[in-house]
Each structure stands twice: as structure tokens, then as C-alpha cells.
Design a protein around this ligand. Structure first.
Ligand SMILES: [Fe+2]
Length: 339
């Protein structure tokens, strides 16, 4: 196995990302696991569209970005996921990144068909008493954006492993913050990963696919699954299925591990649903977003949408400094139909 530290730049408080080659003993096992465990729902079914898409895809339906969760709370949810969850190379690099013991927690699978660049973002973090095993990602993302829950934030290492050898498909990231230069890991991706503090380091999926093919217009209810005869099929209600060859589909696996807290941490009691709604409601009332006396509940989707839109601002709307230098030169809207 060869491990190479690719960035030792002065990160703005962030540990420099660590690239690993030769992550899995047999990457074919991982590919087959991904193919077997569909169908996968859209990423937009987990998070509002504004939180996951880049500027080019906005208003044209949701991106062809699909997601499955294979391990949560440190436990595999899918047969075979333990090979990923307990991968010793990811574990070693994550421990090196934070110079601390880490505990593997989450494995998620991303399936991307040809699409415009994804939204620049940081990952949804965990808080003591509130993580994605218990609460919707929409709530956790808004909690992070609010800055009201930093006393409960749990440090996490994130690794992204890729499988893709087609056009585009880069992994773009900003290890020195959005004021610093953009870095990219470029295909061919066969069996490599980048380990970083993805909850604080901005990153995105670059544009994917053949410039001659158009991205389908999808609803959040679309799904993708692998066909027994090979290739992938996107199905969506009221629309004709869209088929892709295996080589057209970018697979990535997100692995997360929690940094074991030090002796000095953990002063605040773990969050409860009452504490979360109380803190947010008080802030929203102070800001005039929520009326005094208005009911607030984590099971009320209307309230979740209200608080998310109050706190979460997509990077593209928050700054004009980011240029899409890795976007393809052609007008992607003028491409011919998908295969
Ligand atoms: Fe991410």
C-alpha cells in the first residue's frame, strides 16, 4: 500500500487532507456491493435542493445524485459494509489527520450519473445527542449553519473513495478555505480516497459526463438501480427510464469516523429534541422569523423548512468569489438526449 500526503499547505485551521491509494484489497468487491444494493433515492430526498445542487442545475429538477446509507451509529446496515466501515487504511489516515483515536461511524454511497457540478458545501456534522442516526440531515445542517450548537459539535474525519474513469468527475475542495485556491482530485479513480475534515472543509463533486449527452430532468422521487444485464437505470414517476453504461456512472463512498473526545471536552449535557427546538425557537423569535407562541416541533416539516431557510445559505448565494473553472466550456443545456 502507498500512502501519500498530498497537501501540507497552511490550512486555515484545517488539518491537511491525506490521499490514500490502494484503499481496498479488492475494489471489485466494493463495486459489486454497490451494484447489488440499490435502488438508491436521490440526494434531494434527504436535503433541500438548495443544499445539494450547484448553480447550473438549479431550477431544472434535481441532480442525478443518488445516496444510500450502509452504516450508521457504528453498525453496518448492509451485508458486506463492515469491509468499508472497518477498513484499516481509512482508520489509520483518519487517526493521523486528527492525531487522535477515531471511531468509525457512518458509511454512505453516492451514485452520480452525468450532471453539472454539485453545490459547494461542508458535510452535515454530528452533535452530542444529535446525529444523522436520530434526526433528519436538514435539521443537522441548519443547526451547523446557525452556529448555536458549537458546544455540542463532534469532530469527525471524512473519507471519500471514488470509482470513475470517465470525463469530468473531479473532487474539488478548498483546503485553505473559500478564500484560498481550489484543489482537485481527478479521475481515473480506481481505488483511491481523500481523508479530510469534510465537516469544515468546503468541497463539491465536479461536473460529470459526456458533453454530448444531456442530464435528465428528475424529480426528488427518482431512483437509480443497477440492471442484472449491466448498466444503471434511473426511474422516475411519469418519465421514461434513463439508462447508462457502467462506465458513465461515478461511484463514491463516504466514510466517517468520530474523533474520540478528550478529557476536557463534553462540558455541556447532550442535546435533546426539547433543547434543540428551544434554542432554535428562541433565536428565530429574536430574529422575527418565528412568531412568539408559534409551535415548534422536529416532526413538523413546515417548521423544519422555515428554520432551514433561515440559517442555511448556499455558497453560490453567499459569495461571488467562487468561479466554476472546472465546468465544461460547452453549454450543457444544449446537449442531446441521454442514452
Ligand atoms: Fe460532501
Amino acid at each position: 500500500m502507498r500512502e501519500a500526503v498530498v497537501h501540507r499547505a497552511r490550512a486555515a485551521g484545517l488539518a491537511p487532507p491525506i490521499r490514500i491509494d490502494g484503499v481496498f484489497d479488492d475494489p471489485g468487491v466494493i463495486r459489486r456491493l454497490v451494484q447489488r444494493n440499490g435502488p438508491y433515492p436521490t440526494m434531494a430526498s434527504y436535503l433541500p435542493v438548495s443544499a445539494v445542487q450547484g448553480q447550473l442545475a438549479a431550477g431544472d429538477g434535481v441532480s442525478a445524485h443518488f445516496r444510500g446509507t450502509w452504516a450508521a451509529g457504528g453498525h453496518p446496515l448492509v451485508d458486506g459494509a463492515e469491509v468499508i466501515l472497518h477498513n484499516p487504511r481509512l482508520l489509520r489516515a483518519a487517526s493521523q489527520l486528527f492525531d487522535a483515536e477515531v471511531i468509525p461511524n457512518t458509511v454512505a454511497v453516492n451514485i452520480n450519473a452525468p450532471m453539472a457540478a454539485g453545490g459547494i458545501h461542508v458535510d452535515v456534522p454530528s452533535f452530542r445527542g444529535a446525529d444523522r442516526d436520530r434526526y433528519p440531515m436538514q435539521l443537522l445542517q441548519a443547526m451547523a449553519a446557525s452556529g448555536l450548537f458549537e458546544d455540542w459539535r463532534v469532530a469527525e474525519a471524512g473519507a471519500v473513495w471514488w470509482n470513475y474513469q470517465g470525463p469530468g468527475g473531479a473532487y474539488d475542495y478548498w483546503p485553505d478555505g473559500l478564500d484560498g485556491p481550489m484543489r482537485s482530485e481527478q479521475p481515473p479513480f480506481i481505488n483511491s480516497a481523500l481523508v479530510a475534515d469534510n465537516n469544515r472543509m468546503y468541497h463539491r463533486i465536479g461536473w460529470i459526463g459526456d458533453l454530448a449527452a444531456a442530464s435528465p430532468i428528475l424529480s426528488a422521487a427518482a431512483q437509480i438501480s443497477h440492471h442484472a444485464d449491466g448498466g444503471w437505470i434511473i426511474s422516475d414517476s411519469g418519465r421514461a427510464p434513463v439508462r447508462y453504461d457502467d462506465r458513465d456512472i461515478r461511484i463514491s463512498i463516504l466514510w466517517k469516523a468520530q474523533v474520540r473526545p478528550g478529557l476536557q471536552s463534553g462540558a455541556a449535557a447532550p442535546l435533546t429534541s426539547e433543547l434543540i427546538t428551544g434554542i432554535i425557537s428562541a433565536d428565530l423569535i429574536r430574529r422575527g422569523v418565528q412568531a412568539p407562541g408559534q409551535a415548534a416541533s422536529l416532526s413538523d416539516q413546515g417548521w423544519l423548512d422555515l428554520m432551514h431557510s433561515a440559517y442555511y445559505v448556499p455558497v453560490s448565494a453567499a459569495t461571488s468569489r467562487i468561479s466554476d473553472t472546472t465546468d465544461p466550456p460547452a453549454d450543457r443545456a444544449n446537449r442531446s438526449g441521454p442514452k
